[in-house]
Write a protein of this length. Structure first.
Length: 164
């Protein structure tokens, strides 16, 4: 006859030891998941980036709409003169251009150049003219990081004087 022990199951020490090992394994797994979740970009970061770019594009549009002078410097840079904004009584000169580092730069009067929009793979400027006046400016951007990479604006230049 086979003798069986009256004791079935685990001892208290075995149970505590297995719980301790399980806890250590779960803590390790949860830290891996936490680090992994931080590595995945969130949708809100993209929204903030696109809102910032849109804000800069709105500033460019505002400069064009208020321009009293407009000059295309090259296929990817232009200069506008806008009414006084800093209270010194003289108009402001703003230059926008595409840098070698694929960023649209803005230079305000003789201040240092600042980056307005980063990550721009293409930036172009064109104008529509009549016989006596520049009528509108077309600005186009290609910003691969945006959900709609191709961005363009057509701005009527109402404040420019007629050329005689």
């Amino acid at each position: 006859m086979i003798q069986t022990s009256a004791r079935r199951g685990f001892t208290y020490a075995e149970t505590v030891m297995s719980l301790a090992i399980t806890t250590v394994l779960l803590l390790g797994l949860s830290s891996v998941l936490l680090i992994g979740s931080k590595a995945i970009p969130t949708g809100s970061e993209q929204i903030v980036t696109e809102a910032s770019i849109q804000g800069e594009m709105d500033a460019i549009r505002a400069d064009l709409e208020l321009a009293t002078e407009f000059l295309v410097l090259s296929a990817n840079s232009f200069q506008v003169v806008v009414p006084d904004r800093d209270g010194d009584g003289s108009p402001e000169t703003v230059i926008y251009s595409l840098s070698e580092t694929k960023a649209v730069k803005r230079q305000w009067n003789s201040e240092p150049t600042v980056i307005a929009i980063e990550g721009v793979s293409a930036f172009s400027v064109s104008v529509q003219k009549s016989a006596t006046k520049t009528l509108s400016a077309a600005i186009s951007f290609n910003i691969p990081s945006m959900t709609r990479p191709e961005q363009a604006m057509q701005v009527e230049l109402f404040n420019l004087p007629e050329v005689q």
